[in-house]
Design a protein around this ligand. Sequence first.
Ligand code: UTP
Length: 268
Amino acid sequence: MIHRAIIPAAGYGIRNLPVTKSIPKEMFPIAGRPTIEYIVEEAILAGIEEILIVLSRNKNEIMNYFDRSIELECILSARGKDYLIPKITPPKVRIHYIRQHEALGLGHAVLLGQSFAGNEPFAVLLPDQVSLQRTSMLIPLIKTFDNFSTNVIGLQHVKTELLKNYGVVSAKRIKQRVFDIESIVEKPEINPPSNLALMGRYILKSEIFELLKETRPGQGGEIQLTDALSKICSTSGMIGYAYKERWYDTSIDLDYLKIQQQAIHMNL
Ligand code: UTP
């Protein structure tokens, strides 16, 4: 069982400027609800009991959103609109927050979760990768972790011309959808080792923290989670689970547009 999840949400959101100057991309709405709420729900549906959200100082809206608004509840009651209260009620999960003072990289953000995770395996969910499935996309990763007792990452088949935007794995197929990962290359400009890219969902053992501490800034001067994951492939091993479901990246305008249409179509 995996009880804890980390959601790193302290990045600058440079690709989505200027709006991300004041609105965190995790708060971009999808059918009237912020993107991060879909991520929190995905975690809850997979049995996660505690969540740590990594924030930066201009992301207080995320904390406010998951807090109770007694004033608004009273106003809704007074106006006979109690039926709207469940919509504004915080999710039933313990949410903790930690500040990343400087966006030193995704690896650094995950490392801030060390004392939260302790010695237990934990999940990481990137909040800009969203799937609108009605069942949690974390569940197959947790099942794979239970089967193999080692680190698991979510993968997706990506068109060759787009692979340069992702971490790409070199892997051997073990069975349908399940791969033994040999190595990971971050955003390969040429010769990607496969068409399987990392999809922003991870189940990691606590030993990743020691590897993250040793990881020096890599691509973009940031401490990359991928660099520590590459090392772990050759120590305790890494299994990939290839999703067949559609994922959307809310940092990409066209994907963001498509997810809105899909959410409305699904009546979410
Ligand atoms: P991204 O690579 O998408 O970075 O990070 P970003 O800052 O959100 O967006 P761009 O690339 O500047 O446009 C993936 C996830 O990791 C978090 C981000 O908030 C995002 O959810 N992250 C990234 C951190 O929490 N801290 C960091 O230092 C870097």
